[in-house]
Design a binder for this molecule. Structure first.
Ligand SMILES: [Zn+2]
Length: 144
């Protein structure tokens, strides 16, 4: 069995939220990935903020972003415990979505063999517990 990317530990993380990001995190608690789109002109607004970058509207709607794929990634070696510990690594990734142009979510690709990761690889969301919500991470489609 080849080594797979490890999960970050978010269990002690207090995710900061404000009025404009809280709907993202409340949906995440229910394991639903939603992203904000301007209710006036339809531009996706990422990161979530008070005004649309195109029309300055504050009207926002939350939608599922469609199929995710890897836009960019890196493989980060992580030091194990002691000389005999097997090598470990994390894969931070930038994920884009077929139905939400402009949204680029910074996340982690978990449980993936490094050799199987590629630009445009399809991914599925998974969820890790944080102190006050649940954080989206991704797995290669078909590897879960
Ligand atoms: Zn707009």
């Amino acid at each position: 069995m080849s080594a797979r990317s490890i999960c970050p530990d978010f269990s002690a993380l207090e995710v900061p939220m404000d009025h404009w990001s809280e709907p993202f995190w409340r949906a995440a608690e229910e394991h639903r990935l939603l992203v904000p789109r301007c209710g006036a002109c339809g531009t996706f607004r990422w990161p979530s903020g008070p005004f649309c970058s195109q029309c300055q509207s504050q009207n926002v709607e939350w939608l599922p972003p469609g199929q995710g794929r890897i836009y960019s990634f890196t493989v980060l070696p992580v030091r194990g415990d002691g000389e005999a510990a097997p090598p470990q690594f994390r894969i931070p990734a930038l994920v884009v979505f077929d139905e939400a142009p402009g949204v680029r979510l910074v996340s982690s690709l978990v449980d993936a063999p490094a050799a199987a990761v590629a630009i445009d690889a399809l991914v599925e969301v998974d969820w890790l517990a944080a102190a006050n919500t649940t954080v989206p991470v991704f797995r290669l489609r078909g590897e879960s």
